[in-house]
Design a protein around this ligand. Sequence first.
Ligand SMILES: Cc1ncc(C[n+]2csc(CCOP(=O)(O)OP(=O)(O)O)c2C)c(N)n1
Length: 216
Amino acid sequence: MLTQDKNHMKPAGNITKEDIVSFEKEIADIFATGAIRAPVHLRSGREEALIGIFRDHKIGPDDYVFGYWDSHELALLKGVPRETVKQAICEGKSISLCFPEYKVLCSGIAGSLMGTATGVAWALKRQKRAGRAFIFCGDMSAETGIFHEAVKYAYNFDLPACFIVCDNGVSVMTDTRATWGNPDPWFVGTKYEKKIIYFKYVNGYPHSGLGKLIKF
Ligand SMILES: Cc1ncc(C[n+]2csc(CCOP(=O)(O)OP(=O)(O)O)c2C)c(N)n1
C-alpha cells in the first residue's frame, strides 16, 4: 500500500526529483525571508540516489526511517505530506523532523539514533513483526564509533537494519577523508558492507542555511 500525499494527491512512491528540488527551493525561499527562526539544512544532488533506494528496497509503511539534521527528502519519500513537512520546518523543526505516525524519526545530534534504530530492528525481529530500520547518515557520522558498533551488532545478529551513508565529502566544511587519512570509508572491503548502502554526492547547498546571514 502506498501512502497518499493528501496535498499533492501523489503516492509516496511517486515522489520525483523535481518534487524534492522544488520543495527544498520553497524552503530556501522561506528561510531567506527570516520567517524560520531555527537552523535549516537543505540538500540537493542526491535526489535520484534516495529515490532509487526507497524504490529498490520498497521502503513502505511498516519500515522505520531514521535520519539526522538533513531529512526533508526522507520525510517526503516516506510519505509524509508535503505541507506537513513544510509546516514542521516552518515551526523550527527542520533539524529534528519527527513524524512517528509515518515512522520517521530524526535527531540533530550526530551519532544519536544509531543504537535506537538497531534496537528497533532487534525488536522487529524478536517480535516477528514486518518492517525494517533504515538509518540515513553522512560520511563523517559513518566514521563514528557508535556507527561501527551499531553496524557490527546488526550484522552479527542479522537484524533487519540497513545503514545508508550519503557521502558529500565533508563534515560541515572539514574534509572527511583527510581527517581519517584514508581515501575510503572504513567499511569498504569489510563484511559489514552487507548492511550498508553507500553513495557519493555533491551538495548544492551549504551544510546549513544559505551561506549568508539571515536576520530573524
Ligand atoms: C554530537 C554533535 N556534535 C556536533 C554536531 C555538529 N554537526 C552537525 S552536522 C555535523 C557534520 C556531520 O558530518 P556528516 O555526518 O558527514 O553529515 P553531512 O555532511 O551529510 O551533513 C556536525 C559536526 C552535532 N550535530 N552533534
